[in-house]
Ligand binder design. Structure first.
Ligand code: GRF
Length: 194
């Protein structure tokens, strides 16, 4: 039975983390979240991990510690789910092709420095876009610049605020993230050691 060991890196509420946990619990994903790592203390994502008895760590600006924890949990995949720190080059090299990020826009639009969280949707609304979307991509040395795995469009409604748009996009994020992870896990994980 193939089983994948996943690390999820977070910075905030952890709704993407929750989507992954739910999908591993209901068998959609052939894997398990081994560890959750946050670069911010006291965020709700850490409470979500605790509720499901998943080990979690607060690690900020300490690539060596991050690498140690990832190695200790023998992860196959790293998912950046609302994670706001930039990973060091050595870590990205170590996990080349095994780190994915989900971004709440149609990259290359509204991404890169300064475009995160609600700021992405504020930009879309200010530009009066008729549509936006989500992007799942591999993480490389840039910000939101890695090879795109999947994009899905989301309509912008006439009376949308940044908040109402964020809510609609977040729902699509959860859907697309799980679909992408499902595909990757069926392709890329080795026989589990148990
Ligand atoms: C959201 O803005 C989401 O679009 C992006 O990260 C932020 C927090 O997500 N991926 P989460 O609820 O912490 O997963």
């Amino acid at each position: 039975m193939k089983s994948c060991k996943v690390a999820v890196l977070v910075s905030g509420s952890g709704t993407n983390l929750q989507a992954i946990i739910d999908a591993t619990e209901d068998g959609t994903l052939n894997g398990k979240v081994q560890v959750v790592i946050s670069d911010r203390e006291g965020v709700y994502a850490l409470e979500r991990a605790e509720k499901y008895h998943i080990d979690s760590f607060y690690i900020r600006k300490d690539s060596r510690k991050l690498l140690q924890v990832l190695a200790a949990y023998e992860v196959d995949f790293i998912v950046l789910a609302g994670y706001l720190s930039i990973l060091d080059e050595d870590l990205i090299r170590e996990y080349e092709g095994k780190i994915i990020n989900i971004h709440p826009s149609l990259i290359p639009k509204y991404c890169g420095k300064g475009y995160y969280g609600i700021k992405v949707h504020e930009g879309v609304i200010a530009a009066k876009e008729r549509e936006t979307g989500v992007t799942v991509h591999y993480v490389d040395q840039g910000i939101d610049t890695g090879k795109i795995i999947r994009q899905e469009r989301v309509p912008v409604m006439e009376n949308d605020s940044a908040e109402s748009l964020q809510k609609r996009v977040l729902k699509m994020e959860h859907k697309v993230l799980i679909e992408v992870l499902k595909g990757l896990m069926e392709e890329g994980c080795y026989e589990s050691d148990h």
